[in-house]
Design a protein around this ligand. Sequence first.
Ligand SMILES: O=C(O)CCC(=O)C(=O)O
Length: 272
Amino acid sequence: MMTDAQRYLFDMMGYLHLEQALKRTELKAAQRAIDRYINTSDDELPEGFGRSTSLFDKNRTQYKYAFAFDKVLEALVFHRSFWPIVLEVSGRRPRLNSGEVRINTAKDPVHRLHCSRESFGPYSCRYSCDDGKIYCDDLVVFIYLTDVLPGDGGLLLVPGSHKSDFKRPPDVFNDGWIEKDVPLGVANITAQAGDIVITTELMTHGAMTWQPKDRDRRFFILRYRPQYHRQIHEFPDSVLARLSPETRELLETQSYTYEKEIVKKDFVTLTI
Ligand SMILES: O=C(O)CCC(=O)C(=O)O
């Protein structure tokens, strides 16, 4: 389960910043695996892998199914620093809905502020607290693989907005277009490589233009939903075939009552 401090902070602000959550060896191994992914030509990549072709990612900054590219990356979906959080907010009914790596360079445009409530309506995503626990049906985990320094740009969050009941008026935060100067009420997260930031899709978030010309921003985006959720991403067989049994179980959709074996463990390790 989450610690009391994590529960308090996540509930109040809508996000957690876990500093240096990855060990140095885990970080180095993940960085090497991502280098290998992006330096492999399209025709040598396993079936299903490559840059995103999604309409939501016109600049093709995302590398699909990165968690399934290498066992080092696959192990991160169960990382001990946030697995108890995934278990709590899913009511011990977790499912991984996607796991991609995003790479931002100076060419990439600003990512306008958005959230599920604003994009898809007030009932698209849920956040609530019951019996001393948090429930949230679209948890987003950002694992940073490179440093973000003050002034670089990158992730913006509007703390507390995961509980907002009002529509954001267009004159607030420049209608969501935040190029460089961060307005009061918005937080620019300057995470270091190895840090993990956890939030919900209900949180108003976006990203400023990446400023450095000599460094890019690389991070993993893992998204978790309850196993019975109806808005799911189906994974291709070519991706499923590469995974360990524990990860395949994490990707399964199941009923409310079904208890997966992986939820019985405080720490999940991949068996093959
Ligand atoms: O680039 C970022 O840090 C934020 C990503 C984002 O807004 C999203 O994936 O919806």
